[in-house]
Design a protein around this ligand. Structure first.
Ligand SMILES: Nc1ncnc2c1ncn2[C@@H]1O[C@H](COP(=O)(O)OP(=O)(O)OP(=O)(O)O)[C@@H](O)[C@H]1O
Length: 578
């Protein structure tokens, strides 16, 4: 129990002060609550004594009014602090996770799919927000208040105090046992909850494929099975805890009855007057209220701590930018030194060594799956090399702070991702503080100004998530405009032939030329024209550079390159002839 509370406390981080204040408010609330008992005691004393006057009624009235006002005021303040703490402790973690995600190797996402991380940042953190602060404050204030109340009863009547003390201890033992028992079921609940989020997200993201291949029935079954499993885990958890809840209720009922019996016995023996006797009976109904509320929140402690453990596990993701420095290299040439790389156990690149001179264009060609994209991704440190090194300006890229490395590189991906935002803001990703004029200029150079202007809201048109409302070619030109605006020294370009319509091909070629002028360019090239213009061509086969040189040299070699070019030329003439 204590370790669980400590976990919440540490997780609260900057919100600890709000939790502290909330505990104090809960304590003051309890004091105002006790005023009611004092008022009842005064009434009883007055009824059973000869001192019956209006002054007593007035005091009781004032006490009860104070109690009502004080309780509602401090209760709302305490709740407000807890809601504030819950919201901000989770919001801060979401921002922290967002920052961390930028520093993890992309391989992390292979092992922990995005749906799992989405589950953590949404439903798991929501669980923490809605339970953790209330549990911590509930338990602490409940314990403090029941200690104070028990002390008060000790002062009132020692024997009754002993009964409350023993009853409270036994009750806490039962709660603590139940809390331990719920460990396994909390973890299972956590797992099935994440699984449900994963399946739901997968279903939504793959809706196109599901519809196209008529897979509704099969995928529906998977979601329904996750829902059923989740329901069963929740029910099992409730069922396994029910006997302990019954035992706790029995303990409280039993000790309340003992308090009533003891009060009556003390009265009949003459050790208590009638008003104290009645007060003892009334207190038997109230004595365990605080500890009971503590117990009910403690039952959910495991749920909150297993959610926190899950978030902590996600936050301990491997980072690749631990001690990087801000570096502005004198030159932007790139060098691969005996680089090897595997995705998990699958070896992709083997001893790659090459030099890419500043302000030259290097085309990487090779069969599908030969490792072209992987080679480019290693330059941006989406993954780290397993062996060897990559240098920019003679400095190992692992020595750069990720941000300063990213400032040097613009990447135009084959699969362009656009955010659900205006076209202008999507282009501005390249340079956050760019003016509208700069955005338009970049769009003009990237040959996308005309189609943007033709949209109903022009540059303020909101694009659907992932760029859903644009064609592949339009998305790619927007991403070229982005790169144009960023104006980085190194351009990595994954050429997407499929997305270029013939009418725009020449325009796009001009756009690419103006983007890559006086830059160090690495291009995964598919089109003959691009390859022909390259200063250097690297031919990849099964993760190894098997040929290198310019177009003429490689054609003369009569190796894989000339085979690829011949096949391409055939395909292109086939396309033209048909
Ligand atoms: N994230 C990943 N996790 C595991 N394996 C991957 C991952 N990305 C790519 N691969 C595998 O690595 C190999 C090389 O992929 P890569 O994308 O680098 O090839 P490519 O030459 O660019 O292919 P293409 O021309 O089809 O785009 C492929 O076999 C691919 O299946």
């Amino acid at each position: 129990m204590i370790s669980g509370l400590k976990k919440i406390w540490n997780f609260a981080d900057l919100e600890k002060s709000n939790l502290n204040v909330s505990v104090v408010f809960e304590f003051i609330y309890a004091i105002f609550n006790m005023l009611q008992i004092v008022a009842i005691y005064i009434v009883l004393n007055s009824i059973f004594s000869d001192n019956k006057n209006m002054k007593v009624s007035l005091i009781v009235l004032i006490l009860l009014t104070l109690s009502i006002i004080g309780r509602s005021y401090f209760n709302s303040l305490a709740q407000l602090k807890q809601v504030h703490a819950g919201y901000f402790m989770v919001a801060n973690k979401r921002v922290e996770i967002g920052k961390l995600l930028k520093t993890v190797p992309m391989g992390y996402f292979n092992r922990n799919n995005t749906a799992y991380i989405t589950g953590i940042t949404t439903s798991v953190l929501d669980d923490i927000e809605n339970t953790a602060p209330f549990i911590l404050v509930g338990v602490l204030s409940g314990l403090i208040n029941s200690i104070v109340f028990t002390l008060m009863i000790f002062v009132f009547e020692f024997k009754l105090g002993c009964i409350v003390f023993i009853g409270t201890l036994l009750y806490l033992c039962a709660v603590s046992y139940m809390e331990k028992k719920s460990k396994a079921s909390s973890a299972a609940r956590q797992k099935s909850q994440s699984e449900l989020v994963q399946r739901t997200l997968e279903y939504i993201q793959g809706l196109f494929v599901i519809k196209a291949f008529n897979l509704e029935g099969i995928r529906d079954k998977e979601i329904i099975s996750s829902i059923t499993k989740n329901e069963k885990v929740n029910l099992d958890m409730e069922e396994s805890l029910t006997p302990y809840i019954i035992i706790q209720d029995i303990i409280i009922a039993f000790f309340s009855v003992i308090m009533i019996a003891t009060s009556l016995q003390l009265f009949f023996k003459g050790s208590m007057n009638i008003s104290d006797g009645i007060m003892g009976i009334i207190m038997s109904f109230l004595a365990f209220n605080h500890i009971k509320s503590t117990g009910s929140v403690l039952a959910t402690l495991r749920l909150a701590t297993s959610s926190i453990e899950e978030v902590e596990k996600t936050m301990s993701m491997p980072k690749i930018d631990i001690d990087g420095k801000n570096i502005d290299p004198e030159k932007c040439d790139i060098e691969f030194n005996e680089v090897s790389f595997s995705y998990e156990d699958k070896k992709i690149l083997k001893n790659i060594s090459c030099k890419i001179k500043e302000n030259t264009m290097t085309a990487i060609v090779g069969l599908s799956g030969s490792g072209k994209t992987t080679m480019c991704n290693l330059i941006s440190r989406f993954w780290d090399v397993d062996k060897g090194s990559i240098k920019i300006g003679g400095i190992d890229i692992r020595k750069y702070k990720l941000e300063s490395l990213m400032e040097l590189i613009s990447t135009v991906f084959q699969d362009v991702y656009l955010f659900e935002d205006t076209i202008e803001n999507n282009i501005k990703f390249g340079k956050q503080n760019a003016s509208h004029e700069e955005v338009v200029e970049a769009a003009k150079k990237a040959r996308c100004h005309e189609f943007i202007e033709a949209l109903p809201e022009g540059y303020n048109t909101i694009i659907g998530e992932g760029g859903a409302s644009l064609s592949g070619g339009e998305k790619q030109r927007i991403s070229i405009a982005r790169a144009m605006l960023k104006d980085a020294d190194i351009i990595i370009f994954d050429e997407a032939t499929a997305n270029i319509d013939p009418e725009n091909e020449d325009k796009l070629k001009e756009a690419i030329e103006s983007l890559t002028k006086n830059k160090t360019v690495i291009m995964i090239a598919h089109r003959l024209k691009t390859i022909r213009n390259a200063d250097q061509i690297l031919v990849l086969k099964d993760g190894e550079i098997v040929e290198r040189g310019n177009h003429e040299e490689l054609i003369k070699n009569n190796g894989l390159y000339s085979d690829l070019i011949n096949a391409k030329a055939k395909a292109e003439s086939w396309k033209l002839n048909n």
